[in-house]
Every structure is written in structure tokens, then in C-alpha cells.
Design a binder for this molecule. Structure first.
Ligand SMILES: [Zn+2]
Length: 68
């Protein structure tokens, strides 16, 4: 069972890390409360380190997509 997930904020679309045993997270970008069970999971990982690497990659990809 993966215990970390990269989720997307439903309000601003920003990506953040969450532990899957948490119920809610506050978005660091827009401050809205995110329900983990309803959030869009972009990736999952077993360790915090793995999750942070994934998050960085996803952010880079998103930044590139914006540039076109
Ligand atoms: Zn947000």
C-alpha cells in the first residue's frame, strides 16, 4: 500500500504531497481545504522521498506544458 500521494488541488490545480492516512490537507498555494478522498491523485509513492521526487517531476512537466 502506498502511503504518500501527489494530489492536485481542485480549486487552483496546484500539486502537493499528502500522506494517504490523512483526511484533509490545506493547499499551500490557495489555502483551500482539500478532502483527500475526493482529490485527484496524480501519483502515489511508498516513501516521503519518493513522493517528493515525483512531485518535483510533475511540477516540471506542468511548467513545460504551460510554456508550450
Ligand atoms: Zn489550491
Amino acid at each position: 500500500m502506498p502511503s504518500y500521494a501527489v494530489i492536485a488541488c481542485g480549486k487552483c490545480g496546484g500539486y502537493l504531497l499528502a500522506k494517504t492516512d490523512q483526511k484533509t490537507r490545506t493547499c499551500p498555494y490557495c489555502g483551500s481545504k482539500i478532502l483527500l478522498e475526493k482529490a485527484r491523485k496524480v501519483a502515489s509513492a511508498k516513501t516521503a522521498n519518493e513522493a517528493s521526487v515525483l512531485l518535483r517531476r510533475i511540477k516540471e512537466k506542468a511548467a513545460k506544458a504551460k510554456e508550450g
